[in-house]
Design a binder for this molecule. Sequence first.
Ligand code: DOR
Ligand code: ZN
Length: 347
Amino acid sequence: MTQTLTLRRPDDWHLHLRDGAVLRAVLPETARDFGRAIIMPNLVPPVVTAAAAAAYRDRILAALPEGADFAPLMTLYLTEQTDAADIVAAHAAGLVTAVKLYPAGATTNSASGVRDMDKVQGVFEAMAEAGVPLCVHGEVTDPDIDIFDREAVFIDRVLDPIRRRTPGLRVIMEHITTADACGYVRAGGPDLGATITTHHLMINRNHILVGGIKPHFYCLPVAKRESHRAALVEIATSGFERVFLGTDSAPHTRATKESACGCAGVFSAPVTMACLAQVFEDAGALDRLEGFASLNGPAFYRLPPNEATITLTKGAPVAFPAEIESADGPIVVFDPGTPVLWRIERV
Ligand code: DOR
Ligand code: ZN
């Protein structure tokens, strides 16, 4: 008997769409399965003004396939020059859903990010007052801190102090990768949420490094040891309501990944929902997938869940496309390396 699973249409609370040829290639992959996505602003140059966010949203809408049912939720890239009044006005107008904090130098196109958190404290206070959510890339950039420790150190040295001095600031810890982050979000109150990627639920650091270096598993924050992956699966599948899906699907062309200095990012949009069904089934928690992928995110962002549904069916192992084409070159699709028996029924 075929096993099927029907869920409310999911949303992706952390997505990179890029621009131009790559945007046109990757957008249909997300728009097919997801109702909405929080769109990352780390373009070159970054999306720092409401006008730039509006123009980017228009380019995304123009690139949508005919008949697509998808809404991009825009973010602004926080810099030390950001004007708090601009953020509050853009949020009140419905143009911007959240603000993104990149510590300067933490990841792809983060050079314009924040070096000194004191310089943006006034912005945090205005955001807390106006209820604008802050999406946080939670890694310190101090060269003395081991890359595998950067998330845990960020929580202690940066995130916790910001939250203590800014009551009411609504924070999303993005793409959490450690048991430390799971513990911190659990202990937080209603103003603290976290997203988890598909790939961090499926791979640990051995996948990147054992038996030859695997650039397509390299992303930031880098995957940690197995005990951390297990903690992520535990919290994602536990029914805990303040964690939700943010794929961090981050396309880079094959050539820029397979390089002596390869880009960070895993492109998982085409296969995410099938992979997640496998993760949740393996954890004995298929009934909790809808909460993680379709309900908890809207609840945190104070938006209604999607009305439409998707249906997944279980059968023989699925052969996913190895890559998708773009005019800039092929983009390799995430392959967890273990069988995935679920697929989305396409109507
Ligand atoms: O792996 C990543 N890729 N992590 C990030 O934080 C940025 C992203 C990208 O833009 O490629
Ligand atoms: Zn990202």
